[in-house]
Ligand binder design. Sequence first.
Ligand SMILES: Nc1ncnc2c1ncn2[C@@H]1O[C@H](COP(=O)(O)OP(=O)(O)O)[C@@H](O)[C@H]1O
Ligand SMILES: [Mg+2]
Length: 232
Amino acid sequence: MISINDLSFAYDDGRMAIEHVSLDFKPGEKAALVGPNGAGKTTLLLHLNGILRGQGSVVVGEQAVDDRTIKAIRARVGLVFQSPDDQLFSSSVFDDVAYGLVYQGEEKIVIREKVAQALEVVGMPDSQARSPYHLSLGEKKRVALATVLCMQPEVLALDEPTAGLDPRGRRGILNLLADLDQTLIVATHDLEMVREIFPRVIIMDAGRVVYDGETQAALADRALLEAHGLIG
Ligand SMILES: Nc1ncnc2c1ncn2[C@@H]1O[C@H](COP(=O)(O)OP(=O)(O)O)[C@@H](O)[C@H]1O
Ligand SMILES: [Mg+2]
């Protein structure tokens, strides 16, 4: 489904944020991306739909991410930022969730249906007229997810979906993610969530992949977790 081949990227200051990363994801696979702050998780996610373009390649299905395919890629890979404030900018929840569909030129009746459906899935069915600005962080995170879900992407990439949530908000997101059929690639520090939902875990440290395999084996390996700052 997604293939990352020898990907490297440096920000403007020249320091490498990710180095020689190669990963393959099968359709419907649920993989977690973990590692200490600064490991390169966010940078990697930003490559999946071409927001950043490094050396090497990212291929979605049969399409390599490039100028020509970028629009199609963005429809296939939905990215949810860590901070919902980077995703929500309209004056109503409806407008935010509808935004991509409007941009695609969908008919009004289809837009209304898809927006309602996406908000239902994230458990925010009655929020259409509310201002995103006045929602709690947990609610904002749900709406941000709805903005992506309503585009029906094949792959969902989420950056720290449970960070900053209270236990109930976190549980809501966990239940939601467990029920999704799409390919899921999720950057997180929430090892309990990884244990519960993700059969595969990829550990990154200093821009490189240092483990890629079964979650159970990784989480049972204290030396591995300690070496990469995953337990204190
Ligand atoms: N906009 C940026 N400009 C310069 N360096 C950045 C920027 N964003 C991230 N970095 C650097 O890139 C590296 C990887 O960061 P990031 O991908 O955010 O890691 P993570 O999400 O795992 O915490 C870090 O060294 C970080 O300081
Ligand atoms: Mg990050």
